[in-house]
Design a protein. Structure first.
Ligand code: UDP
Length: 241
């Protein structure tokens, strides 16, 4: 890597649905979406390929609806549609900042977005477009965290940037336990054994098997995406050995 060059060529950014609304709220908060788009735009200027997997928890979570009696598959389908709403909101905000984007969905909605085709996603990235990947994996019983792991491997991303509201992985919930200790580095196996709340076990296992690192960082701090992309050591990195 030449001096001053970002350490990554291609990253997969996983953004939870919660980043699209105000803390504790639901739905879409346009200021939150603008913040997210600005962060991505600033990161893009560093010349890194960015694909974004969007969650949908701010609108609909299949597991919650299922716990209230809804058929699981139907509920998860609604959850996947929710990620597409977020994807469209993000696309609009990114385009408002002058970025070229493409949204690809795992469930075809051809009037609104392209269907997800791996080669197409890669081609868009090569052309410098921000690629928004919505609709999860297209299958019920999965999450957008697992989608992020799967897509990272498919498109050859070197790292998953897992954007959260806290500045890394802790041994207890830092919002509730004042003595909670932050890890700067962890192994996949420790995340699985410690049942640490990073991404679900399926997502972690996929990353472990295919050796794709995960950096957990705080998206609410302006400039953090650019910091991570510049190689600044913020948050927690999960990787092999
Ligand atoms: N979902 C799904 N299959 C997938 C990805 C997501 O069925 O491959 C559904 C699931 O119901 C989930 C919802 O979409 O609750 C929203 O995704 P997620 O909960 O991962 O969003 P986030 O927590 O990142 O906001």
């Amino acid at each position: 890597m030449a001096q001053g060059e970002p350490p990554f060529k291609r990253v997969l950014l996983k953004v939870t649905g919660e980043a699209f609304c105000r803390a504790g709220n639901q739905g879409i908060d346009f200021e939150a979406v603008k913040h997210l788009a600005q962060e991505i735009a600033d990161g893009k200027r560093l010349g890194v390929d960015i694909a974004v997997v969007v969650g949908g928890g701010n609108i609909f979570r299949g597991s919650v609806a299922h716990s209230k009696g809804m058929d699981r598959v139907q509920a998860d389908n609604m959850g996947m549609l929710a990620t597409m709403i977020n994807g469209l909101a993000l696309q609009s905000a990114l385009e408002g900042l002058g970025l070229e984007t493409r949204m690809l969905t795992a469930i075809a909605i051809p009037q609104l977005a392209e269907p997800y085709v791996r080669r197409r996603a890669v081609r868009h990235l090569e052309k410098g477009r921000v690629v928004i990947l919505a609709g999860g994996t297209g299958n019920p019983y999965f999450t957008t965290d697992t989608t992020a792991s799967l897509r990272a491997m498919e498109i050859g991303a070197e790292v998953i940037l897992k954007a959260t509201k806290v500045d890394g992985i802790y041994d207890a919930d830092p919002m509730k336990v004042s003595s909670a200790r932050k890890f700067t580095e962890l192994k996949f196996i420790d995340v699985l054994k410690g049942n640490l709340k990073v991404m679900d076990a399926a997502a972690i296992s996929l990353c472990m098997e295919n050796n794709v690192a995960i950096i957990v960082f705080n998206l609410t701090v302006p400039g953090n995406i650019s910091r991570v992309l510049s190689g600044e050591k913020i948050g927690t990195i999960v990787r092999e050995g």
